[in-house]
Design a protein around this ligand. Sequence first.
Ligand SMILES: *Cc1c(COP(=O)(O)O)cnc(C)c1O
Length: 951
Amino acid sequence: MTHDTETFAQFADRHIGLDDITTARVTEQIGFSDLDSFTDAVVPTRIRGDEGLDLPPAASEAEALAELRTIAGRNTVNTSFIGQGYYGTYTPAVIRRNVFENPAWYTAYTPYQPEISQGRLEALLNFQTAVADLSGLDIANASMLDEATAAAEAMTLLRRANRKAPADSVFVVDSDIFASTLAVIRTRAEALGIGLAVEDLSAGTIAHENYFGVLLQYPAASGTVTDPTPVIESAHEHGAGVAVAADLLALTLLTSPGEMGADVCIGNSQRFGVPMGYGGPHAGYMAVREGLQRSLPGRLVGVSEDNVGRPAYRLALQTREQHIRREKATSNICTAQVLLAVMAGLYAAYHGPAGLRRIAGLVHARAVRLAAGIAELGLTVTTPRFFDTIQLSAPGKATELADAAHDAGCLVFRADDDTVRVSTDETTSGADIDRLLGAFATVTKGKAHAADAGNDLEPDFDFGGLSRTSEYLSHPVFHVHRSETQMLRYLRTLADKDYALDRGMIPLGSCTMKLNAAAEMEPVSWPEFANLHPLAPAADTAGMVALIEQLEGWLAEITGYDTVTVQPNAGSQGELAGLLAIRAYHESRGDTDRTVCLIPASAHGTNAASAVMAGLKVSVVATDEFGNVDMDDLKSKIDEHHDRLAAIMITYPSTHGVFEETISDICDQVHGAGGQVYLDGANLNALMGLAKPGRFGGDVSHLNLHKTFCIPHGGGGPGVGPIGVREHLAPFLPGAGTVGPVSGARYGSASILPISWAYIRMMGPDGLKRSSQSAIAAANYVAGRLGSHYPLLYTGSDGHVAHECILDLRQITKETGITVDDVAKRLIDYGFHAPTMSFPVAGTLMVEPTESEDLGELDRFVDAMISIRAEISDVAKGAWRADDNPLTNAPHTAEAAIGQWTHPYERTLGVFPAGVNPSTKYWAPVGRIDGAYGDRNLVCSCPPVEDLAEV
Ligand SMILES: *Cc1c(COP(=O)(O)O)cnc(C)c1O
């Protein structure tokens, strides 16, 4: 190794898979002498920004972690009694270490290829089952982005479900609901022109007369537990649907909303073992009654069967809905909160029904103790019946009480000048309660009866008429993993079924499955980041806020925008925020008619769905035979909509994986017509350090920190979808003024931001540029080697692609019957995750190698694809029957390999095709899964077991 003269490799050298020697081989193969001359040739000059990146020079891993330690040290983790949707919780160490901190879980992709995702699909099914059982409803989905967005989705679901309601009917929301929930509902309702009526429903009656749906919270934001039955009944008599926002832990003790007739139940699963994380990420949830499942937003795991009838899990029904239904989609949710839903489901499995009930009983007993102490101090408790939250009335004294609590290291929620709320949780100790009462006593001048609570409280399960009597979590999975050894092995078994980045390349076009470095991941578990409450006072969060502001500044520098906000907790939510900003901008100028959004036919499905959610009308612009925006059609669409044009939403580099030369013209024309340009920045991995969307024509972009900036995909989330805007749009950022928030927490999924911070800090400006260059070079290398075996669908005018390439199998399928599905499943036998299938063009595979793969892995993938091409030819030549060959039978399981072998090809060819090492082979746990069967026979929770005594 001649190039290795430096003592230490820089972080960038570890992050980027190609070293000096292999980079030279790659650039030579694609016809260039080095990376710079190559990128000069492929990235259009008109968009290039050569001013470089004004970022701090690269830090080493040790330096970056030391800086993060200093930042973390500026946070203070006080004992939180704030509640309001976020509670202290103990993440069982066995789950933290083996799931949260385990790349087998956090580097996995969304389970679109179910045969290699059985572990996380099972874990999600546990989550769905827990949510459905606890809420008392029939079907739950696999997570929502947070409680507030889940509430907004419940509103639109009830609107869709109630077609008979008059167009001007409103959504009634109980006033005793979390402020964050109401704020997001308002944002969404305003965009869609849905009227809201916020009223006090505690008396059980609804004053408004013309409404299609109702939302109430149980227990309410004030802590009060009121029987929702009268409201549910009067709404139903009125023909309206009812959604209940409920706390899953409380539901272990309280009669469930489903039993009381609710149609929808939503909420958050954070307190099931997921740290508060200064607001996120955690898995929101939604459950519905039978009959509404086809309107459920987001992803739903269902049970189906494989080719030999083994039960097998897969994503059901509407999973890829936006890609199919686009502007008619019910929701724009794409990346969700899978890793966190997995954790919450496992928390339920580890504790089981009795354990959860006991935890809830203790939380309640502590709240009872706290309430008694508060009353003894002469303060008035105004929550007659509560689970974990007590509201107290202290006219004019709320601030004083909150300050005294803070001085004693405790945080309470100051609802207004006269009102304070305190919540207990799993981590509240007797000493914590004494400390808080002592602090309150300094204000009331009373004497806190040092309740001397200790920790020996008995759980308290009594809720009178609302005490839960129905069973829940009766499935074996919630009973058999009770010891740590059993749980450890269960987690290992699940992880072993799955293919994640820790096994090999995941070449998914548009998804940028790159390295998530261990050093980037470590700080996420630090208590100074993980255990902050989002409503903690500024004095406690100085480090976190500084980190966020610095990251926003760096992202602004990288993108060329003036302002960045990290609030949106997925790309889809960034899209919504960006489009709402555009709409509000037009409205502020009196341009109220600008409501048409142009979207190219090739766009990501979320684009169209988000436009509709922002209250815009979608007009589709055609693409030409080279995959570029059809400039004639663009012109005619601009002329047609004229002063109704709000924006164009366009992805750059395009979803076809090319640097469109016309991008500057497109931006100019739209601007010329008074429209704004939304540049979808999900493909920024091709631009960092080379070009800035905010400089070459964009007014707003979202980025996907879970693609370009190393937040792991988590098996389908969490994500962060920040938006950058030019100055004129800054006043319209979510929560900044006219436009409301798009997520429940001010900074969205704050606790995972240190990952992206560390990536930028350790790569430095040169490393980021080399990252983009290497990603583009790797894609062109793959395209170059595969181009003679599979036609490349699109290339730029110079014959090159950007950071991904599309292999067109349509002709091959026509001639041989072998489909993209067959190739995707056969790749499993070769030890790979399939590329993106049939997006953006049906019948194609989109390959994105990213900068993190080394040449050996790129070649292994290319060789597998070439070998598969030869197998396809053998089918075409008639060597094997069209319905019995290594491709259509893929993936081959171990059971299939040792069973009776009737196929016209060798067993070894089936299971150890060219180059596969038998000693390290990844075995798919199930054979090809029949998706249609599962959709016809929808089962979305753990199959019931008749006799639990057997397990
Ligand atoms: C991934 C992606 C999105 C959506 O991002 P999510 O975080 O999954 O919501 C939007 N546009 C493009 C081009 C993407 O690749």
